[in-house]
Structures are given as C-alpha cells and as structure tokens.
Design a protein around this ligand. Structure first.
Ligand SMILES: NC(=O)c1ccc[n+]([C@@H]2O[C@H](COP(=O)([O-])OP(=O)(O)OC[C@H]3O[C@@H](n4cnc5c(N)ncnc54)[C@H](O)[C@@H]3O)[C@@H](O)[C@H]2O)c1
Length: 442
C-alpha cells in the first residue's frame, strides 16, 4: 500500500519504518525541516533501539522517504496516518491544533479517496472534528471527494517501540466505515500472523481506550509508590509485597515497581487530559486526581531523603546523578523526575555531575551550559569526590557496578536509589549508607 505518515516524531517515525519494513511504500511528512534534513542525510533524530537500522534499510530499499511538502504527502498515501503531537494546553486539555491542521491539509489537497487514520492520542470526539474539518475544507474548495476516518491509537512504549509495533499485544481500530475496516485489516495482517490481534470497535470507544490504558498504568504506579512510602514507615519491604501481590493473576507482576515517580510524554499529559475531559462532562474522576497528586509528591521523595540526611542547606555539596531520561532505553526527558530533582538540588546550592547512556544531549538542550551541572560520559566518572549518588533511571548499565571502586571514588558512601536497583543488605554489608524506596526492615 501507499501510506503517508503525518508527523515524524516517536510514533510517526516508528510507524513509518515498521510499515515500510513489511513492504509498504511510506512517505513521512514533518513540518520541522531540521528533522527531515537529518533523516534525509541518513541520521536519526531520536534514540530508539533498532530504529536507525530499520530506517536505513527501508530508505535503501526505496520504500521509505521523507518530505516537508504537504501537497506531495497528501497526494502520496491512500491511507494518511496522523501522528502529530497533542501537547497539553494551559488547562491540561489536549491541544488539537496540530491534529486539525493536518486534517485541514488533507482536505485542502486530496484529489481522490483517502482513509484518514488518527494515531495521535486524542480526546473522545476528535475523529468527528477531523471529519468535519476535512468536509468543511472540501466544501470551501467546491470539491467532493470521498474519505473515511478511523481511530487507531498507538500503544508502543518508548525504549521498546519497534518491538511493540512489530509484535503488538493488540491493534485497536475504531471506525464506522466498512471500507476502512477492510483496508486496515489488510494493512495490519503481517503483524498478526499467529493470532488475531485486531480489536474492532466504534470510534469513541477506541479514543477512550487509549486514555483508559494509560490512566490504569499510571494508577498502578502511584498506588505502589504510596504503598512503598507506607511500607517504609511500617518497617515492611515493598519489593516483597510486590512479589506477594503480583503472584495473583488478577493483579499480575507488570507495572508494580515503586520508584521516584512516573514521567514521559504520555502518562502525565494523558492523565491530565482525561481529567479535563471528565470535568467537562461533569463526571468526577476522583481516583485519577489522586494518581496525579501522588505522582507530583513522589517526584520529591528523593529530595526529602537527601534533606533528611544532609540538611536543608546543600551549598557546596556535590551529587552524582545516574540517569536523566524518564525511563531506560530512551533519550526522552519530557516530565522526567530527574528535572525536578536537579532543580531542587540546585535551589539548595548543590552541584550535580550526571551521566545517562542516551539523554545527555537532551539534558544539555534543556538545561544549557551551567556551572552546577557537569555531564560525563561514564557513570564511574560521575562519582569522583561526591557527597552522594542519586539513581534516577534504571538503565541496565547501572545494575552491577564495581561497588568497591564506587566507594573509593565517593567522598562518602551515600546512595539514594530512586529505582531500587540494589540489594539493601548487600549495600550495607559493603559499607554504604543506602536509601531505596519503600524498603523498610531489610
Ligand atoms: N511517545 C510515545 O511513547 C507515544 C506512545 C503512544 C502514543 N503517543 C501519542 O502520539 C502522538 C505523537 O507523539 P510523539 O511522541 O510521536 O510526538 P513528537 O513530538 O515526538 O512528534 C510529533 C511530530 O509532529 C510534527 N508535526 C506537528 N504538526 C504537524 C503537521 N501539521 N504536519 C506534519 N508534522 C507535524 C512535529 O514537528 C513533530 O516532529 C501524541 O498524541 C502522543 O500522545 C505517543
């Protein structure tokens, strides 16, 4: 099939590359000329395992190309995927400016049937707005071309995006058009060879499914974080509690890790956008309000532990930070807990030496050059003469460090672990003062 993907960010680029990988001809459009220039020069604007090789392979095979030209992009694909950003507006609602601009462009330039598929995470009712925008633009042109609209929310995880797209748990499709169902069934056939993964539903349910999924996952995290805070006070160990409840198949083991708060480009904004939708609809979502509030508090938990141990005034103190990305496997720092911890330490006069396997360029872009932030290319180098180490992201490379070398490098062997990477008993045995999350009594 000939496909256009509008928006070449995390979702758009992964979608474009994976759909080209199974033999489709894909043109990716973005209005960000620098991003398209990078891709055309054989580079890649984001880090995602396996993506660079896949992009290069499909570009070389002539199945994947990039453009900034809207008219060319609309003419190219019989199917037009919308994968542009839906950032939070000032009131927390999803800003649909980019989605509706993409819809308008399609209405402006289409000359025959188009299936318009929304992959961006959008509030319930957006497909109707997309449909109306295209219809209105066609009316203004005096044109009468057929089109269908479908919602196909994306469930990929950053850090495993290619894997998730190639081997999805489910492919949710919301549409009221038989023609759209047939096209999408055919398009997704290569991704469900061993069993049916398509979950077909009406458009509004598909739109809500995406928000409900992220809200549920965020709820599990905030629930475990609050349990961890309680466990700490009661002298119980959240890791043992996690195993004890995870063994129940009604609960399961996934997404039960306590830590220093969730971040990223999805959970925070999607929880807030869903709350906003609910408010507009006059339906209280009390659980999600608490999920959001609990997460904001959890992002400060490491700072509270530092202050309890070292005092409110951290002037002249130096901290090592392992991890800046909001989770391992990505360079994405949107709403990352590291940003709040950095700001809290700087506000108290401390300086930080940080390492992240992927996100250091992004950290430099966000925080700029400043005397109280040094970025180093090796986790061990960050430890030289520091008063404490803070672990913010559970990258594999941090899991089995040389503890003796760590202790020798640090001014004092003090570790605040926001991701529970190490065994508390072992750490204490090695002579570390170790502060994990929710691990009382061990
Ligand atoms: N990142 C994730 O893990 C993830 C997962 C599932 C769903 N989503 C959802 O997918 C959507 C996209 O997310 P993302 O992380 O890929 O965003 P992103 O910010 O990485 O990329 C969006 C891209 O769209 C481009 N763009 C904006 N308006 C455009 C237009 N009119 N025409 C062409 N290009 C345009 C931007 O320049 C940008 O490159 C969001 O709704 C997000 O909530 C994201």
């Amino acid at each position: 099939m000939k496909l256009t993907v509008v928006g070449t960010g995390y979702v758009g680029l992964v979608t474009g590359a994976c759909l080209a990988e199974v033999g489709n001809d894909v043109l990716c459009l973005d209005l960000d000329a620098a991003k398209i220039a990078t891709l055309e020069a054989g580079g890649i604007p984001i880090y995602e395992p396996g993506l660079e090789e896949m992009v290069q392979r499909n570009v070389a095979a002539g199945r994947l190309s990039f453009t900034t030209q809207v008219e060319r992009a609309v003419a190219f694909g019989d199917v037009q995927f919308i994968a542009v950003g839906t950032p939070p507006d000032e009131d927390g609602s999803a800003d649909l400016r980019h989605v509706l601009a993409a819809a308008k462009n399609i209405g402006q330039h289409m000359t025959g049937f188009k299936l318009v598929v929304d992959k961006s995470t959008v509030p319930v009712g957006t497909a109707d707005k997309v449909r109306e925008t295209i219809a209105q633009t066609l009316r203004e042109r005096g044109a009468a071309h057929e089109f269908a609209v479908a919602s196909n929310p994306e469930f990929l995880k950053e850090g495993a995006a290619v894997e998730d797209f190639m081997r999805p748990d489910r492919i949710v499709i919301g549409t009221d058009s038989e023609r759209a169902t047939q096209i999408l069934r055919e398009l997704y056939a290569p991704f469900q060879r061993n069993h049916e993964r398509l979950v077909l539903m009406d458009i509004r349910s598909a739109e809500l499914t995406k928000y409900a999924a992220n809200a549920m996952l965020a709820t599990r995290i905030s629930f475990m974080n609050e349990m961890a805070n309680l466990a700490e006070v009661l002298g119980a160990d959240i890791e043992q509690v996690r195993k004890g409840i995870g063994a129940d198949p009604r609960i399961g083991y996934h997404f039960l890790y306590a830590g220093c708060g969730y971040g990223g480009s999805c959970f925070p904004k999607d929880v807030r956008a869903l709350r906003h939708t609910a408010q507009e609809g006059g339906v209280p979502l009390r659980v999600l309000e608490a999920v959001d509030t609990a997460n904001a508090a959890q992002k400060q938990v490491l700072v509270s532990k530092v202050v309890a141990r070292l005092g409110e005034d951290l002037a002249g103190k130096r901290f090592a930070m392992w991890g800046l990305a909001f989770k391992p496997g990505t360079d994405d720092m949107r709403e990352a807990p590291s940003t709040e911890v950095l700001q809290a330490l700087w506000a108290r006069g401390a300086s930080v030496v940080a390492h992240d396997p992927s996100a250091m360029a992004e950290a430099r872009r966000i925080h700029g050059e400043r005397p109280d932030l040094t970025l180093v290319d090796d986790p061990m180098k960050a430890l030289d003469g520091v008063d404490a180490l803070l672990v913010l992201t559970e990258w594999k490379v941090f899991r089995s460090p040389n503890f003796e070398a760590m202790k020798a490098a640090m001014r004092q062997p003090l570790v605040f672990d926001g991701r529970n990477l190490f065994d508390p008993a072992k750490m204490r045995g090695l002579g570390f003062e170790y502060f994990p999350i929710g691990r009382g009594g061990v």
